[in-house]
Design a protein around this ligand. Sequence first.
Ligand code: ATR
Length: 278
Amino acid sequence: MDYPLALIGYPIQHSLSPWIHRTFLEETDLKGNYTIEEIFPARFESEIQYLLDKGYVGFNVTLPFKQKIIPLLDELDDNAKQIGAVNTVVKRNNRLIGYNTDGIGYIRTLEQYYPEFMKNKEKHILIIGAGGAARGIYFALNQFGFQSIDITNRTTENALEIVKGKAAKTYSEVISLSKAQENLKKYDLIIQTTSVGMKPNTEQSPLQLHNLKDSVIVSDILYQPIWTNFIKDAVAQGARIHLGHTMLLNQAQYAFEIWTGKQPSIKGMDQKLKQILE
Ligand code: ATR
């Protein structure tokens, strides 16, 4: 079987997905390719139809189409339903099925780098941000059984919207950025999911890290740059860190599994990707 795969979005600059998926194809000995398909938002309906007819087996969806794609799909998986956005589509028996890989991708990185953290569900977690990625990670942590997950965000309403859908066992508080900053010592894992600190505004940080718990893990899902000011702060404070490119890689691995049924190894790619991004 052939696997023509693609990334759909606009604009798409310097995406690492073609490199990642072509490496996966080689590694799993599958035939196929992964291309970039920019679609002008104003012509979304007609262009997307053209692409679907072109015979792609699967594609990733990025900004600004993660929600716009939904009415064109035949089915959504539970994560995509809960998050309200799709970033991976597979064509199976002529039906288009939408997935969201954000949460599972993130959980896999924790299992890989901090397996001992995953064993204690009473750990206190703080998520900074309340966008699509935060929502995906929040629900995945809920599903995984974590019982204490607070959210802080510039716009409180967006965080309140997320916790409305929390699991019965999970306790969540929505707190202001300043209150979060005062209470950082409470947390065992702090996850930065906002776009603050992303290139070209690399001098910014959503909050200042200080007075942290000894064993804390500080995680940033941004990978452009890998060494955000937030992560640099964490290093300076002696925290254990968790870098954003790992989520990119694990999300891609999960998408590849959805498309092909094969799980490529990401061993070794982690270091290569880090070198590319550094
Ligand atoms: P994604 O889908 O990648 O998570 P998003 O949905 O655009 O992206 O979410 C962006 C997140 O970054 C939100 O939490 C947003 O805060 P608001 O909910 O207040 O908009 C946060 N964010 C973006 N720019 C910010 C800024 N300058 N200061 C603080 N937070 C910011």
